[in-house]
Design a binder for this molecule. Sequence first.
Ligand code: SF4
Ligand code: SF4
Length: 669
Amino acid sequence: MLQPFRESFALLPQYTEPVFYLALIPFIIIFIRGLYKHYKLYGRYLLKEVTKHSGQRLKVFLKYGLLQARILSDYFRGGLHITLFIGVAVLFIGTCIVFVDHTVEKFGGKLLVGEVYPFIESLLDFFGLLFVLSATMLLISRIIRYPSRIGVRVQYTLVLAGLLYVGVSGFLTEGLRLFLKDVPWSGYSFLGAAIANMLSYFGIHPELAHNLYVALWWSHGLVALALIAFLPYSNLMHILTSSVNIYLSIPAEPIGKLTTPFNIKALDEVEELELRIGFRRTGEIGWRDVLSVYACTDCGRCEETCPAYEAGSALSPRRLIQSLKSSLEKGFGDYDILANGAIKEEAIWACTTCYACFLKCPVLISPTKYVVEIRRAVVFEGRMDERVYPLVSNIARMSNPFGMPEYEKERLVKELRGMGVKILPDDGDAEYLYWLGCAAFYDPRIGKVAKTVIRLLKEAGLSIGILSDEKCTGDPARRIGEEGRFQEQAYANVEKIMGLKIKKIVTHCPHCYNTLKNEYREFGLDVDVIHHTQLLSTLLKDGRLRVKRRLDIPAVLHDSCYLGRVNGIYAEPRNVLSTALSSRLLEFPRSKENSFCCGAGGCNYWYHIPRVKREALIRLEEAISAGAKMLVVECPYCLAMFEDAARVMNLENFIIRDVAEVLAESVFE
Ligand code: SF4
Ligand code: SF4
């Protein structure tokens, strides 16, 4: 009995095989040429990097690469992407097996023969069908859901259409082959057999079928080869680059810790140096950042979540990364991405460094990092936008972003001393160092929040101290790109703090919290840092603070970027509020990790980059739509932004409070 077997180049003219192999040559040359470009830009550095931290890296790769964890958070698009990915992978492996089988056949052997062959045919038909369905739905969803983006992402749509053509023409070719030459095992190729039956039903002429078969066979092969050959030049390259990018991303560092391009103490010891930080020319971008740019799939998830984009500023993180990519394509060297208009400088300053984009990116790219690197280069050259200049000048002259003199701080220090707060180091030791942050000193509304927190901590019997000469942490300096100034302030503050006898640092400011906790370690700080909501939650749990009444008001909590998304603190502020409120705490549709920035971050609090509608207004409207009469915050800058937005919206009866203020009303009646 005839055994099932795979027949290569079946029913094709004899010249087909040699012509096909000849036709392969230009495709191979194009493919290798494209790959070489990637090798020169970053590939040559990969080898020495891939072997490091391999255990940790494999875990990351498994989660975000193979299991595509972030892609699957959007069930519809994620599901389609994963089925497309599996379909392409199985069909590619199937094609390779067919090729090997044909080569082995030339030496008298055969792989695709016997019982295994029909099984493989069924498998390929099944995954081919999955592939065609997902490619069709993705294409339709792109056209229906994102019609405005089709224009700017023609290449992506063409690639998707090309893949779809390969899938459909593959099935049609199979159907025509089975129609022209039926075999006993044809039923295993269930889709091809169905097409063959349909052709018989319609009584198609065999000669026409054969001509169609030859034409489709060639077009199927050539489109597939073109997709592979142009892979290094197209978005399809992300199959390789995004996998490598994910593999190389070790989430060992806290999200909110910016890179340290140099250390000022080490610089002091170098006699002559040529220092450049950040980048604005393509040649200044490090290979690791180049790789990330090429890993971008242009999916737009970052753009969809970006507050600055939604507010209508010039910034789109997707465009930022794609513009860097097109700049790199123009040449790796002196090409200036700002001067040539590839990226608008205004977009760089509009970023609130909220990291929403990073946490959504399926291939772990951080547009925030690129923003900071470009800011660093611009500030280093001293040629920044005139709207940003006053902030940089304030930091340089007064060492604080408000540009206020030191003596302005005395008023609050005096008031706190009157509340029994120790002024350190003069007044001895304290259990907790309360870090006030610049806003508390210079904005009476924020000073009031600090006093409320301290009143609660004193009520719980804690020993609290403040620094006699607290200086800005340098968070704004670092985020605006003034790395040297940041480090000066960090070293000065660390020296003072480490000279104290304290157990912990507590602060009501998530930005100070992030800098002290995540960035100061590198400069010698070795003390636990907590946010006031964490401490208040513990004090309530331990019974050291008790509420006397519970407030009955529909309230919603706004998760600040630097406490929530960046540092993962979501439960404690909610615990405090659920104790202080008698009514159920409402939730924003976009809460916790998906929270929407108030618009102050990334130094935007201190300058004004145009927006169509400010983030704080969008968020306040969301709070009202959620049914809230009170918006509760955990960050002084969120408080200031929302109070300002409420004034703009004439919301006289809408309440905006810090978590501590809500608790204080319950504790002190
Ligand atoms: S950090 Fe925030 S504001 Fe900046 S690009 Fe990302 S999402 Fe947009
Ligand atoms: S940066 Fe990430 S999220 Fe943004 S378009 Fe590229 S791949 Fe998508």
